[in-house]
Design a protein around this ligand. Structure first.
Ligand code: ZN
Length: 627
């Protein structure tokens, strides 16, 4: 997944401060234990799932059956416990070949604020391997699904459904062991209204047409947070032999132009990190309400349309989601404490793909922008939130999604690379992906493997104390390697000349600036600026009407903190048309700092909220107040 951004995660911290912290938080933390599942994963493991679901847009429900094939791995207990959140379970049956389905007793326990409710199923004996059929339906408010009204789509004629299962939202649309350490294969039949297309992060049956019934097969075992479903008025356009784009007809041409380098990125990834193990790599463009930049659902990344800039300037997002095909989807964090193994590694791989495909100049700029946002995060987050292997017991794991697992994880690997040399680290990572392929590992397992397979060959390159400091301590170690970008040094000079009044905006070397240079120019302007300078910038570059969503975000942030009213209509239009949290939560937070801003924030939020994803609305309710 792509990160939220600094201010957004702070807002989440505020929102979770009111939640009670479970008493487990004071006990010693057990490495590899998943504190975010209620399922008895130490006794049973789900191995295969066969789904048959009907998508009911009118009722905003998925309804049907999930057949779970389960294996006992320990003990002789007769109760299987699964994770659910807000599911209406109608029946549970034991399926056996040649016998009638046998109804089983089941109960849904009390719901925990973060974890949902346990579904306990009574087994008739100490079965070693069995298949259960659970008939159930989801509720309209399921946290892992968004039911998008036609008006909120590009075409405005048909509804759209999509899932976001990470971190622990799969349980709101599937009864299963919702833990990243349980991997299973699956098959599915999905029924949608005729004319719409269903998609999953799986291989579609070639014979599926637009007759309303779609079949999928997922032969590679995945963890539950990678379960993904979407349905809408969707077309497909190929990019290369193994890559393509799904999008609404209105945006498919722009999307396939924007992401035309995807096949090249895939080939680059294979050459750097080892074979691509998932068959195809397609992307699905979601409506603008998608709360994240992207989600690395296997074979089919879900992507925000806000990165379609027209000039491929924001495609690092695709490199990121693709890189998860190795770090995350292939080698998976065992628990949400180990999330940095997914994201820090992925940002590191993302920058290597970007350097190989677009050259080191662009990658260095993106690296420095990432380093700066990490520095800002470290300056504002409480110390306990700055630890790579973060303790998230008693909290929603989504709260751990700051720049720390992403950029601090990336710069940890950069530091390691500087100590052992790039060839050694690159070879180590290829071995790591091959060795732990299709497994889920903890921070400690990574460290053991690092010691045995890399550090043993480079004695003295790093000390255990240094590793502890990076992984277990807050802050950004002084040994971090700060990225160098000559291009951005020139932007610093141009900005300084402008601020000193030595250069008019029109005389800046802006014609040669890429999006990254603009982001760096705007992102490093002073907190407070004279109105005349804002007027001059806007007059020269019409920043208020910038169509690049990242540039617009930076300019609107500046406008809010300086009370620059000419940007207000654009700000409102931006907040009403986009639901990506990284781009809107910080804007709302900034508006809430003044009385006048808060009033405008509440007014626009009342209009925009119905179009936001439940995850986004929950964050913003805590900041702006529920209307
Ligand atoms: Zn990610």
């Amino acid at each position: 997944m792509i990160r939220l951004g600094a201010i957004a995660s702070l807002a989440l911290l505020v929102s979770c401060a009111a939640q009670p912290v479970a008493d487990t938080a004071s006990a010693p933390l057990q490495s590899g234990r998943d504190y975010h599942t209620l399922a008895n994963v130490d006794e049973f493991r789900v191995r295969h799932l066969a789904l048959d679901l009907t998508v009911d847009f009118d009722a905003r429900r998925l309804a049907g059956g999930a057949d779970l094939t389960v294996e006992r791995i320990a003990g002789a207990g007769r109760t299987l416990v699964l994770d659910t959140r807000g599911l209406d379970v109608a029946s549970v049956e034991l399926l056996a070949p040649g016998a009638a389905p046998q109804p089983l007793a089941f109960s849904v326990g009390a719901a925990d604020a973060h974890l949902g409710a346990p579904l306990s199923i009574a087994l008739p004996s100490d079965l070693a391997k069995f298949t259960l059929r659970i008939r159930y339906s989801t509720r309209p408010e399921a946290s892992g699904l968004q039911w998008v009204a036609p008006a909120q789509t590009a075409g405005k004629v048909a509804p759209f459904l999509y899932s976001q299962s990470q971190a622990i939202h799969a349980r709101s649309w599937l009864p299963l062991q919702d833990s990243p350490q349980v991997r299973f294969t699956y098959e599915a039949t999905i029924r949608v209204p005729a004319g719409l297309r269903a998609l999953m992060g799986a291989e579609p049956d070639a014979s599926s047409g637009l007759d309303g019934v779609f079949r999928f097969d997922m032969p590679q075992a995945i963890p539950s947070y990678l379960m993904a479903i979407a349905a809408g008025r969707l077309e497909f356009r190929p990019i290369g032999g193994r890559t393509g784009v799904y999008a609404e007809p209105e945006i498919i041409a722009a999307a396939s132009r924007e992401f035309a380098d995807t096949e090249k990125m895939l080939e680059t990834g294979e050459s750097l990190f080892g074979p691509y193990r998932w068959g195809r790599y397609d992307v699905l463009i979601l409506p603008p309400s998608f709360p994240y930049g992207g989600m690395e659902n296997p074979r089919l990344s879900f992507i925000t349309p806000t990165v379609i800039a027209g000039d491929r300037s924001l495609v690092a997002l695709i490199a990121h989601e693709l890189a998860h095909s190795w770090s995350g989807n292939l080698v998976t964090n065992a628990t949400w404490r180990d999330f940095w193994l997914n994201e820090g590694f992925t940002v590191y791989l993302e920058r290597r793909i970007m350097a190989a495909v677009y050259g080191p100049r662009r990658a260095a700029m993106e690296d420095l922008l990432g380093f700066q946002s990490l520095e800002r995060e470290v300056a504002t987050l409480p110390p306990a939130e700055q630890i790579l292997a973060i303790d998230l017991r008693g909290r929603d794991p989504d709260d751990g999604m700051s720049e720390i697992p992403y950029e601090k994880g990336r710069f940890f690997l950069g530091w390691l690379e500087s100590r052992v040399g790039p060839p050694a680290l690159h070879a180590f990572l290829q071995d790591y992906f091959a060795h732990f392929a299709f497994q889920s590992i903890s921070t400690e397992q990574f460290r053991d493997y690092l010691d045995a397979r890399l550090l043993a060959q480079h004695p003295g390159a790093v000390t255990p104390a240094e590793l502890d400091q990076w992984i277990e301590q807050p802050g950004l170690p002084a040994t971090a390697i700060r990225p160098q970008s000559d291009a951005l040094i020139q932007v610093d000079a141009a900005r300084a000349a402008f601020l000193a009044g030595a250069r008019a905006p029109a005389d800046l070397p802006h014609a040669a600036w890429s999006t990254q240079e603009w982001l760096y120019f705007l992102g490093n302007l002073p907190e407070s600026m004279p109105r005349a300078q804002l007027d001059a910038l806007d007059a020269a570059f019409d920043l208020t009407h910038a169509t690049n969503n990242e540039i617009a975000f930076n300019w609107l942030s500046i406008a809010i903190r300086n009370g620059y009213e000419p940007a207000w209509p654009r700000l409102e239009q931006y907040l009403e048309s986009i639901g990506r949290r990284k781009l809107i939560v910080p804007l709302y937070s900034a508006m809430m700092k003044t009385q006048d801003g808060a009033q405008r924030a509440r007014a626009v939020y009342a209009r925009a909220r119905p179009g936001y994803h439940p995850i986004t609305a929950a964050s913003l309710d805590a900041i702006v107040g529920a209307p």
